[in-house]
Design a protein around this ligand. Structure first.
Ligand code: GRF
Length: 203
C-alpha cells in the first residue's frame, strides 16, 4: 500500500514513519511527501530517504478551494491508499476531507477530545491536568474531532514547562503514529462514520 504524507514543518513524525518503513514496520511505502511550506525541514528528511518531496506553496492560490484542488491533483498522481497529516498546518476544505474520508489520519498533541486546535500544551498546563498526551484520529470535517484510533498518555510533572511537556508528547507521537499507520495499511483499522474499528471492534 501507498502513503502520501502532508507536512508544513520539522517533520519529526514523518521521520518516525520513515524509520518504521526502513525497518519494515510501516506496512507500506511512503511514496510522496507534500509540504505547503517551501523550507519545511521535513522535505529534506524525505529527500534523504529518497522519497519524492513536493512543495505546493499555498500563497500561490487565490483561495482554499483552489489550493485544495491543486493538492488533490498532486496527491492523485501518487495513487495513495492513505493520506497522513503530520504537522500539516492548514485547514482542509470540505471537498478535500470528503474525498479522503476514511483514509486520512492526523496526529494531534492532546488527549482528544480535550484541547482541540492550537496551543494544547500551554492549555493543559494552565488547567493543571495530571495527564496529557497525543491522539491519532481519522480526519473528518470538524477540526480535530474525527474518531480516535490510538492515544498515548504522559504524566504531567510539577515542574513541566510548555517545552518539556511538548518534548515528552512528541516522543509518544513518534511511537504511536507508525503503529496506527501500520494498522490501517494492514486493513485492520476501519472508519465507520462515528467511530473507528480495529479488527471489527469499535474503539
Ligand atoms: C506535532 O505536534 C503534531 O501533533 C501536530 O503537529 C506537530 C508536528 O510536528 N499535528 P513534526 O513536524 O512532526 O515534528
Amino acid at each position: 500500500p501507498r502513503v502520501v504524507v502532508l507536512i508544513s514543518g520539522n517533520g519529526s513524525n514523518l521521520q518516525a514513519l520513515i524509520d518504521a518503513q526502513e525497518h519494515d514496520r510501516l506496512g507500506g511505502e511512503i511514496v510522496a511527501v507534500v509540504s505547503n511550506v517551501a523550507d519545511a525541514y521535513g522535505l529534506q528528511r524525505a529527500r534523504d530517504a529518497n522519497i519524492d518531496a513536493v512543495v505546493l506553496p499555498h500563497g500561490e492560490y487565490d483561495n482554499r478551494d483552489a489550493y485544495d484542488g491543486a493538492l488533490i491533483k498532486v496527491i492523485e498522481r501518487h495513487e495513495p491508499d492513505l493520506i497522513v497529516l503530520a504537522g500539516f498546518m492548514r485547514i482542509l476544505s470540505q471537498r478535500f476531507v470528503q474525498r479522503y474520508l476514511g483514509r486520512m489520519l492526523n496526529i494531534h498533541p492532546s488527549l482528544l477530545p480535550a484541547y482541540q486546535g492550537l496551543g494544547t500544551h500551554a492549555l493543559a498546563l494552565a488547567d493543571g491536568v495530571s495527564e496529557h498526551g497525543c491522539s491519532v484520529h481519522f480526519v473528518t470535517e470538524e477540526l480535530d474531532s474525527g474518531p480516535v484510533v490510538l492515544q498515548a498518555v504522559v504524566k504531567v510533572a510539577e515542574d513541566d514547562t510548555v517545552d518539556s511537556l511538548k518534548e515528552k508528547v512528541h516522543a509518544r507521537e513518534h511511537l504511536i503514529y507508525p503503529i496506527a499507520v501500520r494498522w490501517f495499511l494492514e486493513g485492520r483499522l476501519q472508519f465507520s462514520g462515528d467511530s473507528a474499528t480495529m479488527d471489527g471492534v469499535a474503539l
